[in-house]
Design a binder for this molecule. Structure first.
Ligand code: FAD
Length: 410
């Protein structure tokens, strides 16, 4: 059996960033990355593709081009973890041993959780920016819709980039407004949750755009089934007393977001918490029961917003603590739950939400960029012009720009 000092599962935003951060701290470290995909996606760009701002091809690169040369790359899927014997089993049955393990396989989009959605996607106006390659269909639909009904759905939390379901809606509405179609389009937002956005500070700014675009807001309304050819969607409304009723609504365009969960090999393992997510300590990102297992990114059961922005702050924490673990030194780096969501409320302006555990605001930019109470052009410039480059050339390369770990308070 092969063995490496550090094995990283997943070569997405989290896996590649943490590999680079580890290498920055110890260039001699023997690191393996296990990742089956041929393509690496910059998913934060998909909202912009859906709004016609980015070209789809700018949001992905060949996996080989982001895979660091210092790491051994296994182009395979991990099927199971044997944490008691410090090894993982790959799809072809081979076994790889480790001294320390980093779990960064992201999350699973549970398309089957909404009856008929998978089959409906990509025709009859049914779309989702969450599906790889589908955001350009969103943009096609937005441009062709001149009148009728446009529905946008949001599943129960947690999901990655919790603002993305409404970002798709604002950018669509902005286009319809600029092109004189908005008066003829009935926009509805159907949210399985009870609030527009989980951090109250940002809600007034978002509400002003809901009003501007004339959006009908529906809370506790969960999309349960879709029929593409008949252009009908069924929502299950939960009443205050816990009872529920189904309502069928016709649509000309439906932007749907699937429920989300941890990948099966995590969800069904003893490494998961009660919700199926990776059971990590909030601050150290070390597994609660295994001192040589760490995790970050969307798979994590910590209470931060699941975003690439969170990964930017998590990677240095995992790297520092993992190396301390290998050197038998105390673990001192802490992650304070930072996550960020650039809410694209119109083409040219963003409400930049930046917050940590418990919804505590953690702005990393001055108020002329990040004024939580209103949308700014500077935040749009950041998202549209700066962040993609920062992702590819700074974060994935382990340059820890504004991501110095906090010190753990013990
Ligand atoms: P991913 O980047 O999804 O990578 C996971 C990797 O693990 C994949 O390459 C996968 O192939 C691999 N993998 C999975 N299972 C296995 C296995 N069994 N074995 C080996 N490898 C495996 N974030 C922001 O910060 N700002 C935004 O504006 C923003 N907008 C978003 C909009 C949309 C529409 C979406 C979908 C996401 C958005 N995000 C945004 C969220 C961001 O993309 C994720 O939080 C980020 O990609 C998480 O990184 P990750 O490495 O955990 O997961």
């Amino acid at each position: 059996n092969k063995k490496h000092t550090v094995v990283i599962v997943g070569g997405g935003a989290a896996g590649i960033s943490v590999a680079a951060s580890l290498h920055k701290r110890d260039t001699a470290l023997d690191i393996a990355i296990i990742e089956p995909a041929h393509t690496h996606h910059y998913q934060p760009g998909w909202t912009m593709v859906g709004g016609g701002i980015f070209k789809p091809e700018t949001t992905s690169k060949p996996m080989a081009s982001v895979m660091p040369g210092f790491a051994s790359w296994y182009k395979q899927m991990v099927c199971s973890i044997d944490e008691l014997n410090n090894q993982v089993t790959l799809a072809d049955g081979s076994v790889i041993g480790y001294l320390a393990l980093v779990l960064a396989p992201g999350l699973e989009l549970n398309w089957a959780g909404i009856d008929g959605l998978k089959e409906a996607l990509g025709s009859n106006g049914v779309t989702s920016n969450y599906q790889e390659g589908m955001a350009s269909y969103t943009w096609d639909m937005v441009q062709s819709l001149k009148s009728g009904s446009a529905l946008f759905s949001q599943p129960p939390m947690p999901i990655k980039c919790a603002g993305a379901p409404q970002k798709a809606m604002y950018l669509s509405a902005d286009y319809w407004l600029r092109n004189g179609a908005l008066n003829n389009i009935d926009i509805q937002f159907h949210n399985a949750g009870a609030v527009l956005f989980g951090v109250p500070d940002y809600v007034p700014a978002l509400q002003s755009y809901i009003k501007k675009y004339g959006v009908e807001l529906n809370y506790q309304n969960n999309l349960v089934s879709v029929n593409g050819p008949s252009h009908r969607a069924t929502f299950r409304h939960t009443n205050a007393d816990g009872s529920s009723e189904d309502q069928e609504i016709g649509f000309d365009m439906l932007h749907a977001v699937p429920p989300q969960r941890a990948p099966k090999f995590i969800r069904q393992s003893t490494l998961a918490n009660a919700g199926g997510w990776l059971d990590l300590e909030d601050d150290t990102l070390c597994h609660k029961r295994h001192s040589n297992i760490f995790g970050l990114g969307d798979v994590s059961g910590t209470a931060n917003a699941k975003t690439a922005a969170a990964v930017r702050k998590q990677a240095p924490v995992v790297a520092q603590n993992l190396i301390s673990h290998l050197r038998k030194q105390p673990i001192t780096a802490a992650y304070l739950g930072y996550g960020s969501c650039p809410l694209t409320v119109e083409n040219g302006r963003i409400v930049l939400a930046e917050f940590g555990y418990g919804g505590v605001l953690q702005p990393s930019f001055p108020t002329w960029i990040n004024d939580g109470t209103k949308a700014t052009r500077a935040a749009w410039f950041l998202k549209a012009r700066q962040l993609p480059g920062l992702y590819w050339h700074v974060m994935l390369k382990g340059h820890e720009w504004m991501a110095k770990p906090a010190r753990r308070s013990v």
